[in-house]
Ligand binder design. Structure first.
Ligand code: RIB
Length: 306
C-alpha cells in the first residue's frame, strides 16, 4: 500500500525576471521577460510528490491576501490537499524575487512573510493529522523551531523524516539524529558539516553528515547528478543531459519525486533514478510549479532514455 506523505513548508509567490546576466551591485539592467507563478520550496515539493503519484497533504501558512488565497485555490484545483494550512492576518504571504539568466541559473531572495508564522503551536494544534503521515517532508523556509518540533514529534511516534536543508542552515546534532533522509546540495552539506567538499571529496562529506547522525544522506550535485549513502552503500547517479532553461525548483522536484517513490516502496536505485528524471524535465521549462512534471511524463522520459 502507498505510504502517506505530509509536507510542511513554505508557500510563496515567485516574481521571476529573465535577464541575460545577473545585475551587479548598483547596476540597473534591462530584463528579457517577467513571469509570476506559485512557488515556495514546501509547496513545490508537495506538488511534485502529488503530481508524481504520492498520497500527499501539504501544510503551509499564507497571508489573508490574494497571493495566499489564490495559491490555496490553485492547490485545491490541482487536487493537492492543503486544507490543514493556516491563513494569517498578521503577515503578508511569502514572496520570492527570482532572476534567471541565459544559462538557466537562478538567484533567489525569499521574503518569508506568513511562512514565518508557521509556528510549533500551529503544528501542535494539528498534531493528530501530522502523525497520520508515514513520511514527513520539510525544508528550511519555515521557522527552525518548527522543524525541530516536527522532528521531535516524528521521532517520538516512529515516523520518518525527509529534511531538505534548503536554504542552507546549520543544524543541531540532536535534530540530525532524528532525520531519516537528509537531502543537501554542496553548500548545504558544507554549512552543516563545516567541511569543504573540494578538499575532502563527496563521499567524505557525506560520511561527515552520517557521523552526525543522519541515517541516509543524498547529496545533489547539479549537472553532475547526485550521490547517496545508506547502510554503507555509496552510489553515484549521473544527471540526464537536457537543455536547461530554468533550474528553479529542480531540487524541489527531486525531493518530491524521491518522497513519492519512497512511499511506493521502491528501492533507492529506482527512487533516485526517478527523482533525477523528474528534475531533468523540470529544468527544461520556466518557473517553479509550471515545470514540475507528472508521473506519466517521468515514466515516458525514462523509457526514452533507457
Ligand atoms: O526552490 C525554488 C523555490 O525557492 C522558489 O519557488 C522560491 O519560492 C523559493 O522558495
Amino acid at each position: 500500500m502507498k505510504k502517506k506523505i505530509v509536507v510542511i513548508g513554505s508557500s510563496n509567490t515567485d516574481l521571476i525576471g529573465r535577464v541575460k546576466e545577473f545585475p551587479k551591485a548598483g547596476e540597473t539592467i534591462m530584463g528579457v521577460s517577467y513571469l509570476q507563478v506559485n512557488g515556495g520550496k514546501g509547496a513545490n515539493q508537495a506538488l511534485a510528490a502529488h503530481r508524481l503519484g504520492g498520497d500527499v497533504k501539504f501544510i503551509a501558512s499564507v497571508g489573508n491576501d490574494s497571493n495566499g488565497l489564490n495559491s490555496l485555490e490553485y492547490y485545491q484545483k490541482e487536487g493537492l490537499d492543503a486544507s490543514l494550512s493556516f491563513v494569517t492576518d498578521k503577515a503578508p504571504s511569502g514572496v520570492a524575487l527570482i532572476w534567471v539568466n541565459e544559462k538557466g541559473e537562478n538567484s533567489i531572495v525569499v521574503i518569508p512573510g506568513a511562512n514565518g508564522m508557521l509556528s510549533p503551536q500551529c503544528i501542535h494544534s494539528i498534531k493528530d493529522e501530522v502523525l497520520k503521515a508515514d513520511l514527513i517532508v520539510m525544508q528550511m523556509e519555515i521557522p527552525y523551531e518548527t522543524v525541530k518540533t516536527v522532528c521531535d514529534m516524528a521521532h517520538e511516534n516512529d515516523k520518518k523524516v525527509l529534511l531538505n536543508v534548503a536554504p542552507a542552515n546549520k543544524l543541531d546534532e540532536e535534530i540530525i539524529r532524528k532525520i531519516d533522509i537528509l537531502v543537501v546540495n554542496e553548500t548545504e552539506a558544507e554549512t552543516i558539516s563545516g567541511k569543504k567538499m573540494e578538499e575532502i571529496g563527496e563521499e567524505a562529506i557525506v560520511d561527515a553528515l552520517l557521523a552526525m547522525g543522519a541515517k541516509t544522506v543524498v547529496l545533489t550535485l547539479g549537472k553532475r547528478g547526485s550521490v547517496i549513502k545508506t547502510n554503507n552503500m555509496f552510489n553515484h547517479f549521473p544527471a540526464f543531459n537536457v537543455q536547461a532553461v530554468d533550474t528553479t525548483a529542480a531540487g524541489d522536484t527531486y525531493c518530491g519525486a524521491l518522497a513519492a517513490e519512497w512511499a511506493r516502496g521502491s528501492d533507492w536505485d529506482e527512487a533516485i533514478r526517478f527523482a533525477t528524471a523528474a528534475a531533468a524535465i523540470c529544468v527544461t521549462k520556466m518557473g517553479a510549479q509550471p515545470s514540475i512534471p507528472t508521473e506519466q511524463e517521468v515514466r515516458s522520459f525514462l523509457k526514452r532514455v533507457n
